[in-house]
Design a protein around this ligand. Structure first.
Ligand SMILES: [Zn+2]
Length: 477
C-alpha cells in the first residue's frame, strides 16, 4: 500500500495493548510512513501531519476478526431465525451453489467495507463458497478494492478438500493471487469430519507443501468432534498457527492437544449462542491455556463488528461461571474474566492467531499503523469514560467508530468512510439478491427465511385464574 501523509491523534485515552497493557490518558499517537512512530504526551509531529482531535474518545489498535464468511454478507439478516441445521441445508445443500463469481464479489465487497467501517482493520475471509477459481478471483478482487487487511482462507463446500486443493486451478490461483498478490495472508479452510479414512490428509499435505496454515471448524455440535482432532494430531497436522473455529464441543483432551501444539481458537460467541455449535467455550479455553481470538462468523445472522463479539463473549463466559456455581450451591463473588482480557482477544489475540503479532495488535513504535478512534460527542453513552476497557466492551458500538487508520491511511474520518464506494457495493448486492430470488423462486425464498416453528408446551399455571388468551379477560369462576 502507498505511504500516506502523517497522522497524529491528539489528547485521547490511549489503550496501547502493548505487552504491559499500558493505558495513557490525554495522550497522542503519531503515525508516519504507515507505522506507529510514537505514543506519548505532547508529541511533536511533522508540519504536514493530519491532526485528529481524540479528546473525549478512546484510541486503540484496529480490531482483528479471525473468521468471517464475507461472501454471505450479500444475504445479510436472511438467516435471523435459523439454527445451524437451516444454515447447512441452505448454503451447503440447496442454495450455496447458485452463487456466481459476481455474487461472491458482491458479498465480499459489502462485508469488507462493513468491517473497516466498524474498526475491524484485519479480517480473515473464511471463503468456503469458492466453487471455481473464477469465484476465488472475484473474492480477491473485492478484498483488494477495499483499503483493509484481508487474509483469504480458501475453501469450497461443494467439493471434498482433497479434491479442490489438488486441482490445477487452485494451484494456478495460488501462484497468481497469493504469491504475487496483495493479501495480508492466506490459509486453507476446510473441516475434518472424523471419517476414520481421514480423506482430508491430502489437503493438509498441500498446506504443508505451500507453507500455509489451516483453519477448521472444530468442535461443532453434530458436525465435527474429538475424532477430527485426534486424526489431525496423530497424523502430525496440529501445527502452530492452526486456527480451530468454535471448538465448542470438545473434550478436555482435545483442548490439551490444541494448547500443546501451538494452535488457537476463534470464538464466535453470537454464532455459538444462536446457531448451536455448542456453548461459547472461553470458560473452558481459559482453564486449558488455549489462546483465543474473536470472530463474527457470518452476517447472514449478525452484523460484522467486534463490539457485539466482545460484549457477548464477556457475558457468556460470566453467565456460565454463575450457572456452574449455582449448580454447586455456590456464589461467584469475583469475576474471573475481565473486559481488559476480551479487548486483548479482539486485538492482540487475533494478531497472534494469524502470526502477525510482531506487526499488528498493539499501538507501539514500529508496529504497522492500524488505529481506531472511538469517539461520539453526540452520544450520551460515551460519557463519562471511567473504565476504558469496560467502555469498549459494554458501552461503545459501531456507530461510535469515529476514525479508522489502516496501514497509515485514513479510511474513515469523522464517522464517514473515505475513498470507499458503498453505493457500488449496494447495487452489486441488490443484483445478487435479485438473482437468488429469481433462481430460487418466491416460495422457496420466503420459506428459506421462515423455518417451521416447533411445538412448544405452555405449562398450566396454578396461580392463574384469569384467562388472558381470549380477546378480553374472562373470569373462570
Ligand atoms: Zn464459520
Amino acid at each position: 500500500m502507498s505511504v500516506e501523509r502523517p497522522v497524529v491523534f491528539r489528547n485521547g485515552l490511549v489503550l496501547t495493548m502493548d505487552d504491559a497493557h499500558t493505558v495513557l490518558p490525554g495522550a497522542d499517537v503519531l503515525v508516519i510512513g504507515g507505522r506507529i512512530a510514537e505514543v506519548g504526551h505532547h508529541l511533536s509531529a511533522p508540519d504536514d501531519a493530519e491532526e485528529i482531535d481524540a479528546s473525549g474518545g478512546i484510541v486503540m489498535p484496529g480490531m482483528i476478526d479471525t473468521h468471517r464468511h464475507l461472501w454471505q454478507t450479500a444475504m445479510r439478516g436472511y438467516g435471523t431465525d435459523w439454527t445451524l441445521t437451516q444454515y447447512f441445508v441452505w448454503y451447503y445443500l440447496e442454495s450455496g451453489r447458485h452463487f456466481r463469481p459476481e455474487d461472491i464479489h458482491a458479498g465480499n465487497l459489502l462485508g469488507a467495507i462493513e468491517a473497516i467501517d466498524a474498526g475491524v482493520t484485519t479480517t480473515v475471509d473464511w471463503s468456503h463458497g469458492l466453487q471455481t477459481p473464477q469465484h476465488a478471483d472475484a473474492a480477491v478482487d473485492a478484498l483488494e478494492a477495499v483499503p483493509g487487511r484481508f487474509v483469504l482462507a480458501y475453501g469450497n463446500i461443494q467439493q471434498g478438500p482433497w479434491e479442490w486443493t489438488t486441482s490445477d486451478g487452485f494451484r494456478d490461483f495460488h501462484r497468481r493471487r497469493v504469491e504475487n498478490g496483495r493479501l495480508a495472508g492466506f490459509q486453507l479452510a476446510f473441516d475434518v469430519t472424523g471419517d476414520p479414512a481421514f480423506p482430508e490428509k491430502a489437503a493438509f499435505e498441500v498446506a504443508r507443501e505451500l507453507g500455509v496454515n489451516v483453519t477448521t471448524h472444530a468442535g461443532v455440535w453434530g458436525a465435527t468432534n474429538d475424532e477430527g482432532i485426534r486424526l489431525m494430531y496423530e497424523n502430525g497436522f496440529m501445527t502452530p498457527g492452526t486456527v480451530y473455529v468454535h471448538a465448542a464441543t470438545l473434550s478436555s483432551d482435545s483442548y490439551h492437544r490444541i494448547a500443546a501444539t501451538g494452535g488457537s481458537v476463534s470464538v464466535s460467541t453470537e454464532s455459538e449462542q444462536s446457531a448451536g455449535q455448542g456453548y461459547p467455550p472461553t470458560w473452558q479455553l481459559r482453564r486449558h491455556g488455549v489462546p483465543v481470538s474473536l470472530s463474527m462468523d457470518t452476517s447472514v445472522w449478525w452484523s460484522g463488528d467486534l463490539f457485539s463479539a466482545m460484549r457477548t463473549t464477556l457475558s457468556a463466559d460470566r453467565s456460565r461461571e454463575h450457572l456452574e456455581a449455582h449448580g454447586r450451591q455456590e456464589t461467584v463473588t469475583h469475576h474471573a474474566l475481565r473486559a481488559e482480557q476480551v479487548v486483548d482477544w479482539a486485538t492482540r489475540g487475533g494478531a497472534k492467531a494469524l502470526g502477525l503479532d510482531a506487526e499488528l495488535g498493539a499501538l507501539a513504535p514500529g508496529r504497522k499503523a492500524d488505529v481506531v478512534l472511538i469517539k461520539n460527542d453526540d452520544s450520551p453513552a460515551m460519557f463519562p469514560i471511567l473504565n476504558a476497557y469496560g467502555h469498549v466492551v459494554f458501552q461503545a458500538q459501531r456507530g461510535d467508530v469515529h476514525t479508522v487508520v489502516i496501514d497509515g491511511r485514513v479510511v474513515k474520518r469523522d464517522g464517514k468512510l473515505v475513498g470507499v464506494d458503498l453505493d457500488a457495493a449496494r447495487s452489486k448486492v441488490s443484483s445478487t439478491v435479485d438473482h437468488l430470488r429469481e433462481t430460487l423462486g418466491e416460495e422457496a425464498w420466503l420459506k428459506g427465511q421462515n423455518p417451521d416453528l416447533p411445538q412448544s408446551e405452555l405449562f398450566d399455571n396454578p396461580y392463574q385464574y384469569t384467562d388472558y388468551s381470549a380477546g378480553e379477560a374472562q373470569w373462570k369462576h
